[in-house]
Design a protein around this ligand. Structure first.
Ligand code: DGL
Length: 283
């Protein structure tokens, strides 16, 4: 049994789609969530930036919050940085997020799968290795969605989804047609953790018969497995009380507070503005 919290981080609010699943799977665990909004978006930045940010956030969470595990709730950061984190923090449970290509391959009946993700994820070596291993009997149509994560963040504050809807229309049109007839995309992989937050808009754009895949539950189950194996689950709480969730942001805290209320159904969420500097790169 281990009372220490689990760290969860993303470039912004997208990782809340993962935190939602983590809290459902592991209700007694305390979580500390970092939105790196002061250094976002990650998807259109180079790997050096994303790797340095990921390393700095993990070091911060270890030092100041004594986390027992970290969930990298961001596809872009997982693709760029998880291998390095595993080398440098091999003593800690680390869980990343990657586009659900494998489940999509077993679920498709038309044999055509759409993948929406950031430019960084789609260009990464990790993603391309996965793609090469799975392509063949099925086809993947890839669409980088520049600006979409940012538009989703902005809409949380303005409550105006116009830009989000326009980008989703543009990007889905780019890879369609969608449907269940041969040659149509019947399965869409949401390869950025921001996108499940607007799943309803994406569903409306691709049509009701198309399946959207998001990684929250498998990630949560993987974390459970790792904590069980190392005997570090938090003990159950009296009366099924949920574990705490605390929120830090390196950018505008009100954005994360609002998003946490909206997506996690929290009555209120207090967010601490926490500038986390970028550590010099290690070789
Ligand atoms: N949420 C992140 C992901 O899963 C990326 C968003 C961004 O571009 O910062 O890839």
């Amino acid at each position: 049994m281990d009372h220490r919290p689990v760290g969860v981080f993303d470039s912004g609010i997208g990782g809340l789609s993962i935190l939602q699943a983590l809290r459902a799977e592991l209700p007694a665990e305390p979580f500390v969530y970092v939105a790196d909004s002061g250094h976002a978006p990650y998807g259109e930045r180079d790997d050096t930036h994303v790797i340095a940010r990921t390393e700095s956030i993990l070091t911060y969470l270890r030092r100041h919050h004594h986390i027992k595990a970290l969930v990298v709730a961001c596809n872009t950061a997982t693709a760029a940085a998880i291998a390095g984190l595993r080398r440098q923090h091999g003593d800690m449970a680390l869980v990343g997020v990657e586009p659900a290509l494998k489940p999509a391959r077993s679920l498709t009946t038309t044999g055509v799968i759409g993948v929406l993700a950031t430019q960084g994820t789609l260009a990464s070596e990790k993603f391309n290795r996965l793609l090469a291993a799975l392509e063949g009997p099925v086809r993947f149509r890839l669409q980088p969605c520049n600006g979409l994560a940012e538009a989703i963040e902005q809409a949380t504050v303005t409550t105006d989804n116009e830009k989000t809807i326009a980008l989703i229309d543009r990007y889905t049109t780019g890879i369609g047609p969608f449907g269940t007839k041969p040659g149509e995309i019947d399965t869409v992989v949401l390869g950025c953790t921001h996108y499940p937050l607007v799943a309803d808009i994406i569903q409306a754009a691709v049509g009701p018969g198309v399946r959207l895949l998001e990684p929250g539950r498998p990630v949560a189950r993987q974390l459970r497995r790792l904590l069980e194996e190392s005997g570090s689950l938090h003990p159950a709480r009296p009366h099924g009380q949920p574990g705490s969730a605390s929120f830090l942001s390196t950018g505008e805290p009100s954005l994360l507070a609002r998003a946490a209320q909206q997506w996690l159904g929290l009555g209120s969420a207090s967010v601490q503005y926490t500038p986390i500097g970028t550590a010099p790169a290690k070789n």
